[in-house]
Design a binder for this molecule. Structure first.
Ligand code: CA
Length: 233
């Protein structure tokens, strides 16, 4: 067992579901060095069972898997109320579209080939974001209210399902209504370490939040600068 011994690992257990042995072994090496416990499964059905049995702090999920694919695993977890943070690992652009298309709390993704250091940075950032806000628990801007403790967003009278990243982005903008946040500020605040993301990442996520909030979206574009959440026009 040795490196698989989860109990002694300070940062908690990560379940990796990955059918390519070399990739899984590399992920294990870096995660172990970073202080995580690691459990690896090589097919989707065993992966889902392990996640439910072991209750990891985070999941590294390959999309293309035998048995059950990564997106289906995510869907089943979210359906059963399991919101453990997930980093998807994907080999193809069309898979990225599928990940971005699901509204299931999909948290982050990396496209193969990726650097294992980047994977660790993403994972830490995800867990840091999950560890909870320190400011006031309820924000409201325009017709949108944001419960920071329950991580729940209501627009008008509708509960809106946002991914973890989308939620953090909206919460950041709503933390100072009217203030324009630059893309760089949003990158460093929401994504933690900005070296793997870009201004385009911000734009894509803002577009997703807007689409989900529809007419209730309080987000305004400050051309060439960034974004703000405003109370009213
Ligand atoms: Ca695969």
């Amino acid at each position: 067992m040795g490196l698989n011994g989860a109990m002694t690992d300070a940062r908690g257990l990560v379940v990796i579901v990955e059918d390519e042995r070399a990739i899984a072994d590399l992920q294990r090496l870096y995660l172990t060095e970073a202080g995580f416990g690691v459990h690896i499964e090589r097919d989707g059905i065993a992966g889902l069972a392990a996640i439910r049995r072991l209750r990891p702090v985070a999941i590294i999920l390959d999309v293309g898997l035998p048995g059950l694919d990564g997106i289906e695993i995510c869907r089943r977890l979210r359906e059963s109320g399991d919101w453990t943070p997930i980093v998807f690992v994907t080999a193809r652009d069309d898979e990225v579209d599928r990940i971005l298309g699901i509204e299931l709390g999909a948290d982050d993704y990396l496209t193969k080939p990726f650097s294992p250091r980047e994977l660790v940075a993403r994972l830490k950032s995800l867990l840091r974001r999950q560890s909870g806000p320190e400011s006031s628990p309820l924000l409201s801007v325009g017709a949108v209210s944001i419960d920071l403790e329950r991580r729940r967003v209501v627009a008008g009278e509708t509960v809106i399902s946002l991914t973890s990243t989308e939620f953090d982005l909206l919460a950041k903008l709503a933390s100072a209504p009217g203030r324009v946040f630059t893309r760089e500020e949003l990158l460093s605040s929401v994504w933690g370490q900005a070296d793997y993301a870009s201004g385009r990442t911000v734009d894509v996520h803002v577009a997703q939040v807007r689409a989900k909030l529809g007419d209730h979206s309080p987000i305004r574009t400050s051309r060439g600068v960034g974004y703000a959440a405003v109370d009213d026009d």
